[in-house]
Design a protein around this ligand. Structure first.
Ligand code: GLN
Length: 252
């Protein structure tokens, strides 16, 4: 039986706005296709992981305090993570995790949390707790040449700068900072985004894009994924896109 080995980072600390749901969706969409989802959880004090042993690494969002706690632990793996990124392991990073893979995150209190500096961007929160990017988001994303709308919602004070390869173009809501029309960070094997939700429950195409990439790399083949019945997901998407994009039309 084929299998994907998934490393789930800090599930007890980085777990905001249903981000655990991304692991559940990956498991569901793999197991429905007879592919084993071998999910290994790692948090502070657990056995040291070798990131290159995994096919997919996932980390969710967290409040400033949680980020400062785990950053001291995460930084220990900077070199190993860099090697894993360079080797093509897929990384899905949501919000707080997205921020920590950059140069640094400056919290709302002005405290600097050193990041892994694996990617060239940096994030600074506005020093006003009321000034946060909160709300639904729709972005236009190009996945292997196919344009698709990705839906989620954001809740972050951090404003992210120096992103040269964004994940998508904002159609509704905020991007990497207030009013930014770029959202997230994207490489061949890295998606870092502010979209919570959980992200993958609202975007089955994106989930399958990540699954296909990971299987293709692991088994060195052009995987053809058996289609799943996404009727309900697509009905939900239709409703959300009509609501959010109609709102844009009504108040450009
Ligand atoms: N604490 C970070 C911020 O406020 C990340 C928040 C999150 O992960 N939702 O920007």
């Amino acid at each position: 039986m084929k299998e994907l080995k998934i490393l789930y980072l800090y599930p007890d600390i980085l777990e905001l706005y249903g981000d655990y749901g991304n692991i559940q969706i990956l498991k569901y969409r793999l197991e429905k296709r007879g592919i084993k989802a071998n999910v290994i959880r790692y948090s502070i004090g657990d056995d040291v992981p070798n990131f290159k042993d995994y096919d997919l690494v996932f980390a969710g969002g967290g409040a400033d305090q949680e980020q400062s706690i785990l950053a001291k632990d995460l930084i220990k793996y900077k070199d190993n993570i860099k090697e894993a990124v360079d080797a093509g392991v897929f990384f899905l990073l949501i919000c707080g995790a997205y921020q920590l893979f950059g140069k640094y995150y400056k919290g709302v209190e002005g405290n600097i949390i050193p990041g892994l500096d694996v990617f060239p961007y940096y994030t600074e929160a506005i020093n006003d707790r009321k000034k946060r990017c909160i709300g639904n988001i729709v972005i236009n994303v190009n996945l292997n040449g196919k344009e698709t709308k990705v839906i989620g919602f954001g809740n972050h004070g951090g404003q992210t700068y120096d992103v040269e390869t964004p994940f998508g173009k904002v159609l509704f809501g905020n991007g990497n900072k207030f009013g930014d029309d770029n959202e997230g960070f994207f490489l061949k094997n890295v998606i870092a985004t502010y979209l919570h939700g959980p992200l993958l429950s609202k975007n089955p195409e994106l989930a399958d894009f990540i699954i296909k990439y990971s299987l293709d790399r692991k088994y060195n083949e052009d995987t053809v994924l058996e289609p799943l019945d996404d009727t309900f997901e697509n009905l939900c998407r239709k409703q959300l896109l009509n609501r959010f994009l109609a709102e844009t039309k009504n108040n450009p």
